[in-house]
Design a protein around this ligand. Structure first.
Ligand code: SAM
Length: 280
């Protein structure tokens, strides 16, 4: 039987991965129910027959390009373990910049927040973990994504979040919110990156938008004005090359204090603005 160490040496077969060794460590931890520290402590531990054949299948699927998060069924976001599946986007570390920006901008007082296109519930649940006094609404148009976000909400036990289906604002009636956040689809339908890496296994409903990727952001910026309380905040994630266009969209729509924050790689990724008169 091959040992932990011998199985990790198979990383050389993952030629298309940016992090082959880490991928195998995560898959092995998932399979054995152990931590990465355990793998390093017990490199000579042999896998039994059933474990070895399960690991072989996982490695084959990873070599074929399937995202590690789909193979394990989970991904950590804002230190929260979230279930993931093919219904929606696998949460990305870059989106934590949106969470940070909202937390830094909004004081620790009671507030209502709407997360549009919640997917796994990543943004809504991360904010709920930091602001117990907020009332958070999380919506998605895909029923399977709504079910996934609700499952994550229940697993994490956040009572201040409600999840339901809505095509952007369609099911929100006359509700208004102090903060509206969204990481909507923003990739151009013709972007060649759609044929590379993890995104090949994610639904186009979570990824692409018309108008060079800007159509959904435009709709959100336009309609959010009717759903924000006086001086309310809109914060959206967008592509690294869309900052200028999104700032113009916000300004043309009447938002003020419009600014763009950068991700950990220094690229413009989050634009924020306020609508109406803001009383701090
Ligand atoms: C880029 S993913 C973001 C998922 C999650 N918020 C995150 O940051 O990981 C965009 C999400 O928007 C949802 N979506 C697409 N069109 C929508 C619409 N018309 N109304 C509501 N949600 C929509 C997709 O189903 C998907 O879950």
């Amino acid at each position: 039987m091959a040992t932990v160490k011998e199985n990790l040496l198979r990383a050389t077969a993952l030629t298309e991965s940016d992090s082959p060794r880490l991928d195998l460590e995560v898959l092995l931890c998932h399979l054995l129910g152990k931590s990465r520290a355990w793998l390093y402590t017990w490199p000579e531990h042999p896998l039994d027959e059933a474990q070895q054949s399960s690991f072989d299948r996982l490695v084959e699927r990873r070599i074929a390009g399937e995202p590690v998060a789909h193979l394990t069924g989970s991904r950590e976001f804002w230190s929260l373990p979230l279930k993931v599946n093919r219904a929606t986007l696998i949460p990305r570390p870059d989106t934590e910049v949106l969470v940070e920006a909202v937390l830094a901008t909004c004081p620790q007082v009671a507030a209502s927040l709407l997360d549009l296109g919640t997917g796994t519930g990543a943004i809504a649940l991360a904010l709920a973990s930091e602001r117990k006094q907020w009332q958070i609404t999380a919506v998605d148009t895909m029923p399977a994504a709504v079910a996934l976000a609700e499952e994550n909400r229940q697993l994490l036990g956040f009572e201040n979040v409600q999840v339901f289906r809505s095509d952007w604002f369609s099911a929100l009636g006359g509700h208004t919110f102090d903060v509206i956040v969204s990481n909507p689809p923003y990739i151009d339908t013709k972007d060649p990156h759609l044929r590379e890496g993890d995104v090949r296994f994610e639904p186009l409903t979570a990824l692409v938008a018309e108008e060079q990727g800007l159509a959904d952001i435009r709709k959100i910026a336009t309609d959010a004005r009717r759903f924000l309380t006086e001086g309310g905040l809109l914060a959206v994630e967008h592509g690294w090359d869309q900052g200028k266009a999104v700032r113009k969209m916000f300004t043309d729509s009447g938002y003020t204090s419009v600014e763009t924050r950068r991700d950990y790689a220094g690229r413009e990724r989050i634009t924020l603005g306020r609508y109406g008169h803001f009383c701090a």
